[in-house]
Design a protein around this ligand. Structure first.
Ligand code: PLP
Length: 397
């Protein structure tokens, strides 16, 4: 099957004009396509003003651009703008939810594959954490998860939609339905899912769904939280200050409605506008096309890497069960050395614990090397990765 999306799209990313770069690190942060840069420049060049507060024309234009972006960003994942909150990143959104939902005496179900962003905030609540383990191929132990729910008293289930290390796609809709039936909230970290899969947060049936702009072809500095209206209304704000109040007296504040009550201070205006352009751009390509492309590349990478002796791949064996990323280890070589040697050949991959130290301990690794795919990648990029690994093995032979 021919890859249809990649060749033209590479030209959309200015950084990739640099000679000899094979960018296989979109799981860490994606490249920024030109329309996103243009939208941000347009705001700074023609409509620079604060939003919501101004009564003059430029401020009204800025507000329209900002709130228009909120509508399109919400629609992109099947949510409503009024239930869509902007934060600094996914981490901040998950802190907001964890702090608001759980405290000492509560029971929260977490999985062993969580990024620290969806793990440390829950640890900081003082709640009792119930861990869902994994099978040998990196899938959740659903019997264990449902056992926790059946035992009762669970306040929330927090899980990632797509693992940033294993690639595993978790059955979020099924889990959310089971959690709801057991009276528990479901909090989903969709950071690695939104750029790769068609997501509809209402269909998924979760209470909170979080993602981050900079991995979804948008700028850094903006994260997104979608929630069920009642769940958002019940959640206290994390940060107080300007904009998030309806009124203030010496006795205290009366908070504004959702989403305003969560957006204290001046928003990341240009970034939200940029993210609006990113979802337009990604939507025009189509998530089905993106998924088909990443499936093909992931299947090819799994096939090629599994032919290499001394290379072990973590996570499910088939591309269908994964988002577009592959973590691996090379026998006898530290993942940082792997990434450094591959990197010296222009191939950009990530090495380390990927902010998933609990998972690393479960896998018995200190670290792994990860290649992650995006719309601009080609099979030749995977070939460059494989050639790089062969070179690593030569160096360490
Ligand atoms: C699965 C997952 N969740 C959360 C995050 C945190 O995203 P951010 O740093 O934008 O808050 C990441 C980033 O690596 C991630 O991969």
């Amino acid at each position: 099957m021919a890859i249809t999306v990649a060749p033209d799209l590479r030209a959309e990313f200015p950084t990739l004009e640099r000679e000899g770069i094979v960018y296989l690190d979109s799981g860490a942060t994606s490249q920024t396509p030109r329309p996103v840069l243009a939208a941000m420049e347009d705001y700074y060049t023609h409509h620079r003003a604060s939003v919501h507060r101004g009564v003059y024309a430029v401020a009204a234009e800025a507000t329209d651009l900002f709130e228009g972006a909120r509508h399109r960003i919400a629609r992109f994942v099947g949510a409503e703008a009024r239930n869509t909150v902007f934060t600094r990143n996914a981490t901040e959104a998950l802190n907001l939810v964890a702090r608001g939902v759980a405290g000492p005496g509560d029971r929260v179900v977490l999985t062993e594959m969580e990024h620290h962003s969806n793990l440390v905030p829950w640890q900081m609540t003082g709640a009792e954490l119930l861990w869902v383990g994994l099978d040998a191929e990196g899938r959740l132990d659903l019997d264990q998860l449902y056992g926790y729910l059946e035992a009762g008293g669970v306040k929330a289930v927090a899980l990632t939609h797509v693992s940033n290390v294993l690639g595993t796609i978790n059955p979020v809709a099924e889990i959310a339905a089971r959690a709801r039936a057991a009276g528990a909230l479901t909090v989903v970290d969709g950071t690695q899912a939104v750029p790769r899969l068609a997501v509809d947060v209402v269909e998924l049936g979760c209470d909170f769904y979080v993602w981050t702009g900079h991995k979804a072809y948008g700028p850094t500095g903006v994260g997104v939280l979608h929630g069920r209206r009642e769940a958002l209304e019940a959640l206290p704000p994390l940060i107080g200050g300007g904009h998030m109040i309806a009124s203030v007296t010496k006795d205290g504040p009366r908070f504004a409605e959702v989403p305003t009550k969560f957006e204290a201070g001046t928003s990341a205006i240009a970034e939200v506008i940029g993210l609006g352009a990113a979802v337009d751009w990604l939507g025009a390509i189509g998530l089905d096309t993106v998924r088909a492309h990443e499936l093909e590349l992931t299947a090819y990478a799994l096939e090629q890497l599994s032919t290499l002796e001394g290379v072990s791949i973590d996570g499910p064996p088939t591309a269908e069960e994964r988002g577009g990323l592959v973590s691996f280890t090379v026998d006898g070589v530290h993942p940082h050395d792997v990434a450094e040697i591959i990197g010296s050949r222009g191939v950009c991959v990530r090495a380390g614990h990927h902010c998933a130290q609990v998972l690393m301990a479960v896998l018995g690794h200190q670290a792994t090397t990860r290649a992650s795919f995006s719309v601009h990648n080609t099979k030749e990029d995977v070939d460059a990765l494989v050639a790089g690994i062969l070179r690593v093995q030569e160096v360490f032979a």
